[in-house]
Design a protein around this ligand. Sequence first.
Ligand SMILES: [Zn+2]
Length: 259
Amino acid sequence: MDFSLRTYDRLLGTVVGAGYRVLTLRRAIREAAVEFPFILRHDVEWNLKRTLAVTDIEKRHNIRSSLYFRVDTRVYDLPTMARLQEEGFEIGYHFNTLDRCRGDFAAAIALFEREVQQLRDAGLTIDTVIQHGDPRVKKTGYLTNGDILIHDPGLLARNGILDVATGLDERYPNHIYVRDLGVRWDKAESGRQLVEYIRNKRWPAIYMLTHPDYWSESFIRACGLQVAARILRGLSLNRKIAAIKSWCAPRPSGQHPHS
Ligand SMILES: [Zn+2]
């Protein structure tokens, strides 16, 4: 099954076996370009347990990835982030301050700066940040959470943060961006095909994003999520992702986690 942890384990085995060099975003941007880079990123939305299952597999392969943590869900767990950093993972900030400030740019920028500082105060080295996209949040006056970077072009530099998009394009201009969007690979028909592509080194530079929330220990959950994604295929991509996200997200009080 494509999004089971066993498949992830196999996928990483193929990455390493094919001779790719796995990098965090920080290393990819800061260090000299390498041959066959495999830049590995996870957006950590709701579930710490699934994230740790992913990092455990990576440690077994001697791989370290970049993990972008939400600060407004239950994954905001500073001791765990510090431990992962200690183990060599890169911890980054997964920001959605425009959503949370309902499109108020000044408030969203101030909150962004405050939260970066909070993470640093906890001993975390925050060199990179990634915006969170949530199609369920109604956006008034902006398109994405990343719009604060357009509105305030000095925001990253002022806060000592590397510009991921520009940095990657400079270092690896021909990289291919592979994502598990909506519990489906966007650059391959299946996990098996993706593994084949990697084994055959179809792409000389890969930047992969996964969401640990979509990956399952149990075969049944992995099947269920994928079947649901297939049923929803008729919907627009955004609506499909929204539906899957609300299925993955815990709702203890019957309320949306960031409403
Ligand atoms: Zn996200």
